[in-house]
Design a protein around this ligand. Structure first.
Ligand SMILES: Nc1ncnc2c1ncn2[C@@H]1O[C@H](COP(=O)(O)OP(=O)(O)OP(=O)(O)O)[C@@H](O)[C@H]1O
Length: 267
């Protein structure tokens, strides 16, 4: 049986100042999905994330988040942007950053209906879940790029989202750190659907369940295709410059011609 749809995108076009960036986009993100958005620079990956968040509106087509217009269910979506700039000298601890995720629009801790004490308990538990318990009281500027990334994800988890949107979360992490981080995401994925924007399909391919190649249009590859039949369609959407096709040939043998789509609404 198909899992519940969290986000549906139907025939969406989007342009900045009259310049088309995305065209004819169809995608359904379901509970427990773990999708990689891949594609070349400027292909429209971050724009697609912004559309899902409701930060920008499509020129044409329909987007629904839990059945409603984007922006209605802000708590259901956890978002960590591509570059989180933070002043290294700002006197704020990792725990303080995570606690910010508890702040509701109706006042301090109001929307979440949790007291500060309850929030602090949950923030500490979330940091522990992210392998960051020992760093909770450290200043955010004292943490490494990878550790900070975990703190920002912990913050986004404080609203108990159904879907996490992570824009290039592994960009500043070394390969060992990336594996640990992806293992962590795999664990989180038991409770929350995840979209991860990445240029490194090779690193994520054994973790994600499907791949959406975003290059003005969108090609969707299901779990079965990642295991064997996606190279041809990857060439079709011109991502060979960002995907290590030589390496993928070894990891993902048996490239074929099948395009995904059909009954799950993705194409
Ligand atoms: N605010 C903006 N105003 C005008 N054009 C924009 C804006 N943001 C992005 N663009 C353009 O839209 C296109 C898609 O950008 P987007 O950031 O979505 O791509 P991306 O796939 O995330 O790229 P990258 O992999 O380099 O991060 C690019 O041509 C970019 O220059």
């Amino acid at each position: 049986m198909l899992k519940k749809a969290l986000v549906t995108i139907e025939d969406v076009d989007f342009s900045y100042n009259g310049e088309t960036v995305l065209s004819g986009i169809n995608l359904t993100i379901r509970e427990h999905d773990f999708i990689a958005f891949i594609g070349p620079n400027g292909g429209g990956k971050s724009t697609l994330i912004r559309l899902i968040l409701g930060l920008i509106k499509p020129d044409k087509g329909k987007i629904r988040v839990l059945g409603e217009r984007p922006g209605r269910h802000t708590q259901a979506l956890g978002y960590v942007p591509q570059n989180v700039h933070i002043n290294n000298h700002f006197p704020i601890t990792a725990l303080d950053v995570v606690l910010m995720g508890c702040l509701g629009t109706g006042g301090h801790f109001g929307q979440s209906r949790r007291t500060r004490k309850e929030c602090e308990k949950e923030a500490l538990a979330t940091l522990e879940r992210m392998g960051m318990a020992e760093h909770a009281r450290k200043k955010i500027g004292e943490l490494s790029g990878g550790q900070r990334q975990r703190v920002f994800i912990a913050r986004s988890l404080m609203t108990r989202p159904r879907l996490l949107l992570l824009d290039e979360p592994t960009a500043s992490i070394d390969s060992k750190g990336q594996r640990d981080f992806l293992n962590l995401l795999e664990t989180l994925n038991k409770d929350v659907a995840i979209v991860v924007v990445t240029h490194d399909l090779f690193s994520v391919s054994s973790y994600v369940k499907s791949v959406a190649c975003v290059n003005h249009g969108l090609h969707y590859h299901s779990e079965e295709e990642i295991k064997g039949q996606m190279l041809e369609t990857m060439y079709a959407c011109s991502v060979e410059d960002v995907c290590r096709v030589q390496v993928l040939t070894k990891v993902l043998p048996g490239a074929g011609h099948k395009h995904a789509g059909g009954d799950d609404g993705n194409s």
